[in-house]
Design a protein around this ligand. Sequence first.
Ligand code: HEM
Length: 450
Amino acid sequence: MPPNKLRRPPGPRGLPLLGLTLALRKDALGTLRRVAREYGDIIRIPVGFQDRIFLNHPDYIEQVLVIQQAKFHKSELTKRLTEGLLGQGLLISEGDFWRRQRRLVQPSFHRSRINEYAATMKESALSHIRDWRHGEERDIAGEMMALTLGVAVRTLFGTTLPAEGRQVGNSLSFLMRYQLGRLRSPIRIPESWPTPRNRRALRERNFLDSLVYRIIQERQSQGNSNHHNDLLSMLMSAMDEDGSQMTPQQLRDETMTLFLAGHETTAQALAWTWFLLAENPGAEARLYEELQTVLNGRPPDPADFAKLPYLYALIHEVLRMYPPAYITARTSIEPSQIGGYEFPTGATILMSQWIMHRDPRYYDDADTFRPERWLDGLADRLPAGAYFPFGDGPRRCIGQGFAMLEAAIVIGTLAQRFQFRLVPGPPVVAEPLVTLRPRHGIRMTVLARN
Ligand code: HEM
């Protein structure tokens, strides 16, 4: 069937096309959900003046991410969002170049390597909460961002980061906002025009580049060795089968990519965890009991995780309900056939974790937070493609093990010491930016246990 036979929704509940576009701008998550429920598993959605194909069935998602993955590249949207910042890093590179880089970076994320970071994660968690006091209010989303930023800095660069390294997080945040603003703005101001924002973007980029290059150069001049037990030194020593290594430019791109891909996603997962636990005191009590029984106050180690099934179920449930990567996009590089429809080269395909993870066909009470649902083998029963917080196929997240370890350590450490309660105020709303963030942060009162 030719692609133009695809049903094209006029908009939710009869809204005209313009109405749908506006509704997407106003409430993208709600609108996508309504459209998916109303128009089915494969939909053609007009966004601005372009159509996007929206897949809402696990089998179709598997076709794109796994079975026919060679016919798809990362989307132009993803590339435009990160251009100039991530260079040819893993997140957006393609083809043989991506394959070589993935081969070189993969060993640094081997389970045994990642477990070595557990100590850094524990120390960072404990030192972050050292001055937290009973009864004070904090923006927990901001706190989790600062905590995961600290972990990212220390695991990537070790303790060798110069003082100005603390600016890295601010620079990256500004640049991501800047890129997103450019992508969403209807007016395209060339980057070369000296507007205040363009000038600042240039400054921030130069700052990041010079910092990372300087660290690489210092390491090279000292003859990089594994005595720096951090990701950067592993990347610097990584050697391909033909004996080649990464150039400084490639090292810079991969470092920036790991930094950016790693810390904000994990921070959002942690922020949503505290929100959901505060809203569900039964789950909070069950988690506390499990942690106390197994750990009795000490932070968890990787060896403990097999004894902490509820903690893992909790993390699965948080990633189901509030997937930090809430949408995945691809562009077809050759014609493909999915669900009986043919797509031409250049079609933009959207698949949303946010939609699939709350689909009532696969999850009972899909909008209800119930970590227990994961305790009886649900993960094995679900069709592939119904749950994909870390993506799937060859482009699956390289940092999945790292993120799960960090989440388990931070939650296991903090939940034994504190409870968090929402401060009355505007409702906590998920905002789909680069990741799924709480729109105004999450203000919470910190209550010390005992
Ligand atoms: C809860 C935390 C995280 C979530 C939800 C997450 C999610 C994802 C998803 C969905 C993808 C696939 C994107 C696509 O197919 O287009 C991805 C890729 C990637 N992630 Fe993560 N991620 C997380 C943490 C991390 C961490 C901690 C790191 C590194 C330290 C990392 C590094 C990467 C990289 C480099 C890629 C690209 C891999 C490739 O294409 O070869 N992520 N992530």
